[in-house]
Design a protein around this ligand. Structure first.
Ligand SMILES: [Zn+2]
Length: 163
């Protein structure tokens, strides 16, 4: 199974091992979306939002939509908020094949999402592991777990690094 997931704060402790299979299943769905993005020439990043009673997925579409904000995480948050008229998704968990950037992490927090699970790290733009946004990260108050299916993410061409 490779490297164990990295837990970035204590809030994930209770679901860390128990829900790993569920996390991997949803990360696989994110990777299917990353493959769609890749085949369209977009950045191969996919995202899944799960909430009690539902799951939705989307992919990066920055190139195909000529929209620099069309990151996978933003797209799936917009999709779920639009479909379900939920403005706040406080029970949702966001899965992204690559560590979210600050824009996506802030959008998740704005939507009321409290938990993010990601695959590979993005040491350049990642909101946590780049180390550029430590103060902002504290105020966002998100629970974050990284490294889920990171080998599969890297094999799928998701830009980023393993643990
Ligand atoms: Zn982003």
């Amino acid at each position: 199974m490779g490297m164990p997931p990295l837990t970035f704060n204590r809030f994930f402790d209770k679901r860390d091992t128990k829900d790993l299979a569920g996390d991997e299943k949803l990360m696989r769905l994110a990777l299917e979306n990353a493959a769609k993005a890749r085949s369209d020439g977009d950045c191969p990043v996919g995202a899944v939002l799960s909430w009690p009673g539902g799951v939705a997925s989307d992919r990066d579409a920055v190139g195909t939509e000529s929209d620099p904000t069309a990151h996978a995480a933003i797209n799936v948050i917009r999709k779920v908020a639009g479909m379900h008229r939920h403005r706040r998704l406080s029970e949702g968990v966001l899965y992204v094949s690559r560590e979210p950037c600050l824009m996506c992490a802030a959008a998740a927090a704005q939507a009321g999402i409290r938990e993010i699970v990601f695959g590979v790290r993005d040491p350049e733009h990642g909101f946590i592991t780049s180390g550029k946004y430590d103060e902002a990260v504290k105020s966002l108050g998100l629970s974050v777990k990284g490294g889920v299916l990171q080998e599969q993410c890297l094999e799928a061409g998701v830009p980023g690094r393993g643990a």
